[in-house]
Ligand binder design. Structure first.
Ligand code: PMV
Length: 361
């Protein structure tokens, strides 16, 4: 599908008002997206596990307005008005208005809440933008009931990408690939697609325990981090590495070769942070406890041969990835050795999920 496919025709129906609610999960990238071109086009392809427990639930109430065609909305976060979130949502709505022109016909009340604790250091932009995009597409489908499921999901992912790049991987299915790659059929820079190749059953119930190392505000936002890949001395090689890692993952995901899976995933996490440390200006988001945890994971893996590994987002928290079959052992390891490195001993158990769901009133 191309950008033109996302421009709607004339709406078939008119609605005066209504309410839709969707819950969308967060995701954790195995091959990372870091660096982009305007507008929200990734410099390299990426792939992620969709999560299950970490999610945002968003309701959108819409009410037809009179002649005022300016965008208008109220925003409630966890039941309270949240004006500091408004500029980001406003920019998003302005950006997508061309593709969902009904936006100017209605006044919206957007109510949103997260399943994970507020200020846990877990980015809510992926799940938040995905949930809001699903709501917008639900409204559009009510105005245009002939829309098929393939367009509905691709366009939801397309809209979510315009809000936050990685959000396009939080719409549908458990392993999502985003970014054009010559060896991945139907891959696109515009939206995420279900990973089209064989995936071993071990990955279908993979666990992700998120160790909350640092819950404060990041010193450098992802937006700035992506920008710093322009003119970055290692950018070209890094982007090529991501393409190559997606190729490598094909046989790894099909066979369930966990040793090789771990190598790709940990290398991707450390490369992401190496890019940050070699940007100009340089910065570092890992904390001493992030490194303590990584070292303990390596020691534990060496000693017990348990296939547990880590990955990192753009922050200090550590995602511990492991097969469901090893859950009991790994939970003991976390309690015995890792909790002491978490802020207030906090961590969140999550696992591979399957995408956004509609919540019926
Ligand atoms: O979606 P953004 O712009 O917040 O970028 C997220 C980038 C990483 O989380 C660091 C990697 C990824 O692919 O999710």
């Amino acid at each position: 599908m191309t950008e033109k496919d996302f421009l709607p025709g004339v709406y078939q129906k008119l609605l005066d008002n209504g309410k839709v609610t969707w819950k969308a999960p967060s995701n954790i990238a195995l091959v990372k997206y870091w660096g982009k071109k305007p507008v929200q086009i990734p410099a390299n392809p990426s792939i992620s596990f969709t999560l299950d427990a970490c999610a945002t639930t968003t309701s959108v109430l819409f009410e037809k307005k009179d002649n005022n065609k300016a965008l208008s909305f109220d925003l409630l976060f966890e039941g309270q008005p949240k004006d500091d979130f408004k500029p980001k949502i406003h920019t998003f709505l302005e950006r997508v208005e061309k593709y969902v022109p009904f936006l100017k016909e209605y006044h919206f009340i957007i109510e949103t809440s997260n399943s994970f604790p507020h200020s846990s250091g877990i980015a809510s932009s992926a799940s938040g933008m995905a949930a809001l995009s699903m709501c917008l597409m639900d409204i559009e489908r009510q105005l245009n009931p002939a829309m098929d499921d393939a367009l509905f999901h691709a366009k939801a992912s397309f809209l979510a990408r315009l809000g936050s790049g990685s959000a396009c991987r939080s719409i549908k299915s458990s392993l999502v690939q985003w970014g054009a790659h010559q060896n991945i059929p139907n891959s696109s820079d515009l939206y995420g697609v279900e990973y089209p190749f064989e995936v071993d059953s071990v990955f279908k119930s993979y666990c992700d325990t998120i160790l909350l190392v640092h819950k404060g505000q990041k010193q450098i936002s992802s937006t700035v981090g992506h920008q710093l890949m322009h003119g970055h001395p290692y950018a070209k090689n890094r982007f090529q590495q991501a393409f190559d890692n997606l190729d490598k993952l094909k046989s790894i995901l099909a066979s369930g070769n966990l040793k090789e899976f771990i190598t790709v995933v940990e290398s991707e996490a450390l490369t992401l942070h190496a890019m940050m440390m070699t940007s100009m200006p340089y910065f570092m988001l890992m904390k001493p406890d992030t490194l303590e945890i990584i070292n303990k994971i390596w020691q534990y893996r060496e000693a017990t041969k348990t296939p547990v590994c880590f990955t990192l987002d753009a922050g200090a928290n550590v995602h511990l990835l492991y097969p469901e079959a090893d859950k009991e052992k790994v939970l003991d390891f976390i309690k015995d050795e890792l909790i002491e490195h978490c802020e207030n001993g906090q961590y969140i158990h999550d696992r591979v999920g399957s995408g956004a769901i509609k919540i019926n009133a």
